[in-house]
Design a protein. Structure first.
Length: 408
């Protein structure tokens, strides 16, 4: 039998989806599973942007420009202008989801063996993209004790080598929900300019900021050649299945390189570009209700988590994720156990173990990520399940022991 490649063997599985078989087995037993493991919003996709696709009149579903439809890219410049980000449409390349934008950034700006520094915990799929691009992630650790704020400059500086080519952040952050401030972005600006590094900024959750406002890396002064923003409509408009993202930079050399990758995959999805273009025309107040709904869900989730003995959960400033520390021996084991062996009122909850969001293998062992993408009634039931599960979990640890281990 032919063997698969080393790259195929080394490709990491998704920590978000690896427990799916256990959730499916629980459902077959008639147990209701509350999915807090994945960032799939239940907010309705705006009907008017779906109508734009339904009412399309073209007779041939042809390739678009490899950079995306010109009309869409021009429309996006008006979207970014709302945030005081001024672009020419030629500085935007439409991608197949934000995932492709991230991969294009790594493959265009880094050579195999080069290093990219990322604050951990980080979006788990960065591991997969780095594997595909054959680059090495160097983690700089943020901690739950200070709500996952940007690590100090000295922590970055000691990691920079001749192989370091970029820093990658997600703002607001997935998985922590932390919202980086303008001052923290200015700190990254100084580091990148001093060491001639790219700054990749994943801004998928730009609209969802609850404490303070979003400051884009594209707003940093003197960083025209360094900043690359990676964007997507997936979370913004509850359109995860559309698979439309954007690669945005003012660096023409990088754009020319990325275009070669874009041409190689021919073009981004046509129907989803129509959807994305229509989304730019949504009413200015569209996000008011959506953001308020997520804020109220966050408040409920965080309060109920912190009311459970031994649980610690900082209040996230953005996105729709929270990281919580649980009084358990191992979160991976607990997340499997709660699906396999536990039910409360014929219900249970699916969580994402945090170990998959860390590059440092010793970290995240008592932490989980929760996505507050369900309605408040479901969140309340899910937290009741979690509280009851922690009362009887055989691997439960005392609070003082958990905190001691997290500080090692």
């Amino acid at each position: 039998m032919p063997k698969i490649s080393h790259r195929g063997m080394q490709m990491p599985p998704s920590p978000i989806r690896k427990l799916v078989p256990y959730a499916e087995a629980a459902k077959k037993k008639g147990i209701r599973v509350y999915h807090l493991n994945i960032g799939q919003p239940d907010i309705e996709t705006p009907p008017q942007i779906l109508d734009a696709v339904r009412h399309s009149t073209f007779k041939v579903l042809e390739y678009s420009h490899s950079a995306g439809n010109e009309s869409y890219r021009k429309k996006l410049t008006s979207y970014y202008a709302r945030f005081d980000i001024h672009l020419d449409y030629s500085q935007i390349i439409i991608t197949t989801g934000g995932s492709e934008a991230i991969l294009f950034a790594m493959m265009s700006c880094l050579n195999p063996g080069d290093e990219i520094i990322i604050p951990e915990p980080f979006y788990a799929n960065y591991n997969g993209f780095a594997m595909e691009a054959q680059v090495r992630i160097i983690p700089v650790t943020s901690t739950i004790e200070n709500s996952f704020a940007l690590p100090p400059v000295k922590d970055f500086e000691k990691l920079i080598t001749e192989r370091t080519k970029a820093i990658l952040i997600c703002n607001p952050n997935n998985p922590t929900g932390y919202l980086y401030s303008r001052e923290e972005l200015e700190t990254l600006r100084e580091i990148c300019l001093r060491h001639d590094l790219y700054l990749f900024s994943d801004e998928a959750y730009r609209e969802f900021c609850y404490e303070g406002s979003h400051f884009s890396a594209l707003q940093l002064r003197g960083m025209k050649e360094n900043v690359i923003v990676l964007d997507t409509i997936s979370k913004r408009y509850s359109a995860c299945g559309g698979r439309i993202g954007a690669f945005v930079t003012k660096n023409q050399t990088v754009l020319d390189s990325v275009m070669k990758f874009a041409q190689s995959r021919l073009s981004p999805p046509s129907f989803a570009q129509i959807l994305g273009e229509a989304a730019v025309d949504l009413p200015a107040d569209y996000f008011d209700h959506v953001k308020e709904e997520y804020r109220s869900r966050r408040n409920l989730l965080v309060k109920m988590l912190n009311d459970i003995p031994g649980v610690k959960c900082p209040r996230p400033g953005g996105a729709f994720y929270a990281m919580a520390q649980l009084p358990v021996d191992d979160a991976d084991t607990f997340c499997q156990w709660i699906l396999e062996e536990f039910a409360f009122k014929n219900q249970t909850v699916m969580l994402a173990p945090a170990s998959g969001f860390y590059a440092s293998s010793s970290l995240g062992k008592q932490e989980v990520r929760l996505a507050y993408v369900l309605n408040k009634n479901d969140i309340q039931h899910a937290m009741e399940c979690l509280a009851e599960a922690l009362k009887i979990y055989p691997g439960k640890k005392e609070t003082t022991e958990v905190l001691a281990r997290s500080n090692v």
